[in-house]
Design a protein around this ligand. Structure first.
Ligand code: EPZ
Length: 419
């Protein structure tokens, strides 16, 4: 199994072009199923999750190929409506394909998705929404067998118990070709949902309200192919900003999405970093030692502080001057990275959804194992800031969401190599 070897203590300095968004690319790749024609997706990141999505598409009869961060998907010949369990288990986003396959064919067989182990990650909101849209869903030996009773899903009014990101994506993917109008109340306002809707509108869908909590979709008989540019990855952006802050360096992020990164930037500014944003660029210069964040860092649905940035900002704050307090409100087990940070010398106390991080003067290198995607990125950030050498195993987690992370870090002057 591959590892990352990090020789820490070097300030990151330089310019980095930000990758396309994983959490936008995945639902958009599923949405390509609905077009029945060829779609070109520019700025598509080269990640293992993206390749998992391609395997799902090819298994359904679509043709999916990549060249230079462009994915070309031809969904003319869909001849399979079942996703094998093995492919479902590779990532959380596999469940998003259920809505798209139903929207295209009226039937679909899936199973429980995989993805980062962040506590229980049920799909009850996805399932109950599909039932509201006239889809009969039965479970049989782990398989989830779906069939639109009248051959096609119909519109419905759906109020979500929680502003989920994935559940509205499932609903939208099924609703764009359903009979009638669908209204989603209490939808998440994440930018990635807006990007999915932007792609679907480019394919001829009629959607309004995305980016707010009430989204209205008017079903269409047919959609068509298009060319679309995926938005930048705001969480990868937050990660490289956190790495730079942790090492006392300075960075210019280009091809960034400034407004969407604002919830993270406003917390980072409280650590004493000076940040200037203009157009699609974010410039950050870190002080000699970060200040702890005085206010509690509460993860919330967008436009609150993103849960996906919790681990990486924590990695920057473990050597800050003072104590920072985190409150993880989205997932019930998202502090799995803290053991590795403590092994490197951090002082972190976790009690249920609260983590208290007392700044220590410095971290030391250690042999650690990534537990999940963003936890692994946090370990890489801490290793870059630590004195000495760290060895990070389990980096398949990191490769799911970061495009060649060691190349990006080396471009910024960091000493990170893959063995
Ligand atoms: C998406 O996951 C993202 N993944 C996650 O990013 C992100 O952390 C999360 O949204 C929250 O922002 C992708 O977009 C591929 P949710 P998703 O539905 O859709 C509960 C990363 O690191 N819930 O908003 O799975 C759920 O358990 C990943 O890139 C139900 O109870 O998240 C969680 O506690 C990690 N029933 C909360 O809602 C459901 O049917 C939020 O989940 C669905 C969700």
């Amino acid at each position: 199994m591959q590892k990352l070897i990090v020789n820490g203590g070097k300030r990151l300095r330089g310019e980095l072009k930000l990758q396309g968004s994983k959490n936008s690319s995945l639902p958009i790749m599923a949405a390509a199923i609905l077009c029945g024609e060829e779609c070109r997706l520019d700025n598509c990141p080269e990640l293992t999750d993206i390749y998992s999505a391609a395997r799902i598409l090819n298994g359904l009869g679509c043709k999916c190929r990549f060249s230079d961060n462009t994915a070309v998907i031809d969904s003319a010949d869909i001849n399979v409506t079942e996703i094998p369990e093995k492919l479902m288990r590779e990532m959380r986003s596999s469940i998003i394909f259920m809505g798209a396959i139903l929207g295209r064919t009226g039937e679909c067989t899936v199973s429980m998705p995989g993805g980062c182990e962040l506590g229980s990650r049920p799909i009850d909101m996805h399932i109950s929404a599909m039932r509201r849209m006239g889809v009969d869903i039965r479970e049989n030996h782990g398989k989830i067998i779906c069939r639109a009773v009248s051959g096609k899903a119909h519109g419905a009014k759906i109020s979500l118990q929680f502003p989920s990101v994935g559940a509205p994506e499932t609903i939208i993917l099924c609703a764009v070709t359903a009979d009638g109008e669908t209204v989603i109340n209490n939808a998440a306002r994440e930018p990635e949902i807006c990007d999915l809707c932007g792609f679907l509108r480019a394919c001829g869908a009629e959607i309004s309200g995305d980016g707010e909590s009430r989204i209205v979709i008017k079903g269409k008989n047919r959609l068509h192919g298009c060319e679309y540019r995926i938005m930048p990855d705001r969480i990868a952006g937050a990660t490289y900003l956190a790495m730079t802050a942790a090492t006392g360096g300075e960075i210019i992020l280009t091809d960034a999405c400034v407004a969407e990164t604002e919830p993270f930037i406003s917390v980072l500014e409280q650590t004493g970093c000076s940040i200037i944003t203009y157009d699609d660029r974010i410039y950050l210069r870190s002080g000699s030692r970060l200040r702890a964040v005085r206010d509690r860092i509460r993860t919330m649905p967008h436009p609150g502080f993103p849960t996906d940035a919790q681990a990486v900002i924590m990695a920057a704050l473990v050597t800050a001057d003072g104590t920072s307090v985190f409150e993880e409100n989205i997932f019930d087990c998202r502090y799995r990275h803290t053991d590795a940070l403590v092994k490197m010398g951090a002082d972190i106390q976790v009690l249920r959804k609260i983590a208290v991080v007392k700044g220590v003067p410095e971290l030391h290198g250690a042999n650690i194992e990534a537990t999940d995607l963003r936890g692994g990125a946090a370990m890489a950030a801490a290793a870059l800031a630590a004195e000495g050498v760290s060895e990070i195993s389990g980096i398949f987690h990191i490769d799911r969401g970061y495009e060649k992370i060691e190349n990006a870090v080396r471009l910024l002057g960091g000493d990170m190599r893959r063995v």
